[in-house]
Design a protein around this ligand. Structure first.
Ligand code: FAD
Length: 404
């Protein structure tokens, strides 16, 4: 087969993951990035669904390179308003079943690793202004490039997406979810090895460990005023007050209900460009990486590339719609009156809560380890509640195309 080519618009997590997967199959890949240099940001969690997609579609070397910059997270605790602990979950079954658990990683280290693994140089300062269904892309300076396939991985405000929409289509993004995030060295009161969520009256706060003895935290709240930690438990206030100003970032997140068709001719979309979701379930970047795995698998075995793009879009629609709904559902749960929310979370059986907490993070069947075709059995072992070890409910398996 003649060597095939792809233009990827955007060097975010999704675009770079796809580049690494395609170059490993001998594709000519051009990555175009509007920014003059690698973009920054603080940290995110990536889950087995994303990492298993990388392992299967990108190979062991790409997967291991990512794990080197990640901090495993195998425990999670939830606290209610007033700092009362509501639940402690053991996520060890993810490691046992899929070979990997959730991971905390800085965006800078994640992107640097993906750039190293991309197998091609990123063209920085190359903003795309137009992409045509015949595979032609126009840059801001007028230069034109052409490839067999064009992938718009250019984020929530995607230029490629706008060019595909029918006239009059409503592309608004309203009411972003706003938060502040920080990274700070350990050494204070927070010594946990897992991840914590505090559900308070003012929103949610999350804390997780990073490599290099660092801690990442976020607190919901307007980005117009820097955070003080006021109204949160002491441990949160202490993390906020110790965070250096240059490690404090405002975050804004939007979502948009995924549409069924997000491509035409030789163009498709990937990640936030196609289906931004709220960060309430920590899955936006994971969905972009999973998109990359499914798209790469479709492209490398196809002789009809536009048909492969349409098949990828229909593969992905039910999956991303499910994640979109769950991210909104989590926002509704967070917004419940505090006493009711706390009562519900504290009284929910641990296997059920573990299942709800990890449901979005389970890999697609085609990305699971050979022989691992069923979902895991959630085993509630030590936890931190001091409760006895119990065998528990099936965390659920999904077939491709099924909303998990
Ligand atoms: C506060 C917050 C916390 C989050 N936490 C998590 C988490 O824990 N786990 C998780 O999985 N997800 C999380 N997310 C979501 C995640 O950040 C996004 O879903 C993810 O970054 C999307 O990746 P992407 O590659 O699709 O797009 P992006 O990361 O947005 O990358 C798009 C790239 O395209 C470039 N670009 C844009 N326009 C053009 C153009 N015209 N030409 C060329 N280049 C262009 C941009 O400069 C950018 O580099 C969080 C998001 C927020 C806001």
């Amino acid at each position: 087969m003649a060597r095939r080519s792809a233009i990827i618009v955007g060097s975010g997590v999704g675009g770079l993951t796809l580049a690494g997967m395609l170059t490993r199959h001998d594709w000519d890949v051009t990555v175009l990035e509007r920014s003059a240099e690698r973009r920054d940001g603080l940290a995110i969690t990536i889950w087995p669904n994303a990492l298993c997609a990388v392992r299967r579609a990108g190979g062991e070397d790409m997967y291991q390179a990512l794990l080197k910059v990640c901090q495993p997270i195998a425990l999670a605790r939830m606290f209610g308003s007033g700092g009362r602990r509501l639940a402690a979950l053991d996520l060890g079954f993810l490691q046992e079943t899929y070979g990997v658990t959730g991971q905390g990683v800085t965006r800078a280290e994640l992107l640097d690793t993906l750039i190293e693994q991309a197998g091609t140089d990123v063209r920085f300062g190359a903003g795309v202004v137009r992409a045509a269904p015949d595979g032609t892309v126009t840059l801001a300076g007028g230069e034109q490039l052409r490839a067999d396939v064009v992938v718009g991985a250019d984020g929530v405000g995607s230029t490629v997406r706008r060019g595909l929409l029918p006239p009059g289509h409503d592309d608004r993004r309203d009411n972003p979810l706003e938060s502040w995030q920080g990274v700070v060295g350990r050494g204070g009161a927070w010594t946990y090895q897992g991840t914590d969520f505090h559900f308070g009256r003012k929103g949610t706060c999350g804390i997780m460990p990073l490599t290099g003895d660092r801690v990442y935290w976020f607190v919901d709240g307007s980005i117009d005023e820097p955070p003080t930690g006021e109204g949160w438990p002491d441990v949160v206030r202490e993390l906020v007050s110790r965070t250096p100003a240059d490690q404090l970032f405002p975050g804004q997140a939007w979502d948009r209900r995924p549409v069924r068709d997000w491509g035409r001719g030789r163009i498709t979309l990937l990640g936030d460009a196609a289906h931004p979701i709220l960060p309430t379930i920590g899955q936006g970047a994971c969905m972009a990486m999973e998109d990359a795995g499914v798209l790469a698998a479709r492209l490398v075995r196809s002789t009809d590339l536009p048909a492969a793009l349409r098949a990828y879009e229909s593969d992905r629609h039910p999956r991303v719609l499910g994640h979109f709904e769950r991210a909104r559902g989590m926002l509704r749960m967070r917004a419940m009156p505090a006493p009711l929310r706390d009562r519900v979370l504290a009284s929910m059986p641990r296997p059920l809560l573990t299942r709800l907490f990890t449901r979005s993070a389970l890999p697609l069947p085609e990305f699971r380890r050979p022989g691992c075709i069923h979902g895991p059995r959630v085993r509630i072992s030590s936890g931190e509640d001091g409760g006895p070890a119990t065998a528990a409910a099936d965390a659920g398996s999904t077939r491709h195309g099924e909303t998990p």
